[in-house]
Write a protein that binds this ligand. Structure first.
Ligand SMILES: Cc1cc2nc3c(=O)[nH]c(=O)nc-3n(C[C@H](O)[C@H](O)[C@H](O)COP(=O)(O)O)c2cc1C
Ligand code: SF4
Length: 373
């Protein structure tokens, strides 16, 4: 019977357990997207903390695909030694690390993107102030190539795999969603057309890295928005990707415009509130033969273990609990199985925007109080 701390393998990559660090923007890179020593130390702590696989914060493949400050970039060969330093640091600490490749699409602004944001269609995204420009066919082709180039660099620089960001309202998700994709060419309309961009990105990445290298996707199974992407379309995309050899699908849901049903829900303070994407992940799991990862609100050991043992999920992914406790996996392995101490308040975003990097604001207060006592 499958268990949380099983060692597993995905396309040649050994994972020491079934706990994944879900992609988490840290906001610790320089203006251009170059990793800093602070970021590398963050990854060292995560690797030492015992998770089976770290998925990096979202990393832009083209400068115009940048959103949020301090985001990682993989649009240039210039960052080779910095990323090699990051991957070797993780490996020396016994960890594995995949990089999450993203283009923010219309979910950014011209300050971060350096130009008017680009999107499948000129449809404004709630919570982002600017009307994006519709991508031309030529720009679509360039963007697909940029995902391929990002994957080539990632593999060459020692990453153990790549994950496409197909969730949370960013460009791939915008193509999939009828709310943001109003195109009348072969990239819009039916789900076959709306998923064309994703499949072309996946094929380009797969061609670039070859069959023996892990390629994953984080996929929205629902946008939780009226008129947005829904589970049946997500099932179609997942099924086709699985047929095409994707190595794992991480199921998420929601966008920053989805209110209480956004990707990082608040107040996950009792087990009934946990695992909020599990019903959608079950639907994906039923239809694909590749491993399925589920993210969203995992806080207690029991819920995580049951999700593997009874619900048949292959991996549990967590983001916020590992901001507060990078050593959570080791703590559970060593026998202290009390829940993650993260209270799901989302205060950690703010220092990423304003102070050059995320941290757990609550833990900092606890430490300061303890120091004064
Ligand atoms: C500070 C912060 C940064 C995040 N950055 C990313 C990201 O770069 N890519 C991504 O796919 N999800 C990102 N997320 C969403 C998380 O990966 C995850 O899907 C969500 O927080 C729910 O999981 P949790 O309850 O374990 O935190 C971020 C979440 C937080 C709190
Ligand atoms: S600030 Fe700390 S407690 Fe609040 S969500 Fe972030 S990691 Fe969790």
């Amino acid at each position: 019977m499958a268990a949380l701390f099983d060692q597993t393998m995905i396309n040649g990559m050994t994972l020491r357990n079934r706990l994944i660090r879900s992609a988490t923007w840290e906001g610790m890179c320089d203006q251009d997207g170059r990793p800093t020593e602070k970021l590398i130390n963050w990854y060292r702590d995560l690797a030492q903390g015992g998770v089976g696989l770290i998925v990096s914060g979202y990393t832009f493949v083209l400068p115009e695909g940048k959103g949020f400050p301090g985001k990682m970039g993989i649009h240039t060969d210039d960052f080779a030694s910095d990323y090699e330093n990051l991957t070797s640091t993780v490996h020396n600490a016994g960890g594995k690390v995949a990089i999450q490749l993203v283009h923010a699409g219309g979910e950014t602004n011209s300050t971060y993107a350096g130009r008017q944001p680009l999107a499948p269609s000129a449809v404004k995204v709630d919570q982002f102030p600017e009307m994006p420009a519709e991508l031309s066919k030529e720009e679509i082709i360039d963007t697909i190539s940029a995902f391929g180039e990002g994957a080539r660099r990632a593999k060459g620089w020692g990453f153990d795999g790549v994950q496409l960001h197909g969730a949370h309202g960013f460009l791939i998700n915008q193509f999939l969603s009828p709310l943001t994709n109003r195109r009348t060419d072969e990239y819009g309309g039916s789900i076959e057309n709306r998923s064309r961009f994703l499949f072309e990105v996946y094929r380009k990445v797969r061609e670039t890295v070859g069959p023996d290298y892990p390629v994953f996707i984080k996929l929205n199974a629902s946008d939780h928005l009226d008129g947005g992407l829904e589970i049946d379309d997500a099932v179609y995309a997942a099924k086709e990707l699985a047929k095409g050899g994707i190595d794992a699908i991480e199921v998420s849901a929601g966008t920053p415009a989805s209110g209480e049903k956004g990707p990082a829900r608040e107040k996950i303070l009792k087990p009934e509130k946990e695992a909020y994407n599990l019903p959608l992940a079950r639907r994906i799991k039923e239809t694909v033969n590749c491993p399925v990862m589920v993210v969203g609100g995992f806080r207690s050991y029991e819920v995580a273990e049951n999700t593997i043992r009874d619900d048949g999920m292959d991996y549990i992914a967590m983001a916020r609990p590992l901001i507060r406790e990078p050593g959570l996996a080791n703590r559970w392995v060593q026998g202290d199985r009390s829940p993650a101490t993260c209270i799901s308040c989302n205060s950690c975003f703010m220092p990423g925007l304003e102070e050059g990097g995320i941290y757990c604001v609550i833990e900092k207060k606890v430490q300061e109080k303890a120091a004064k006592a």
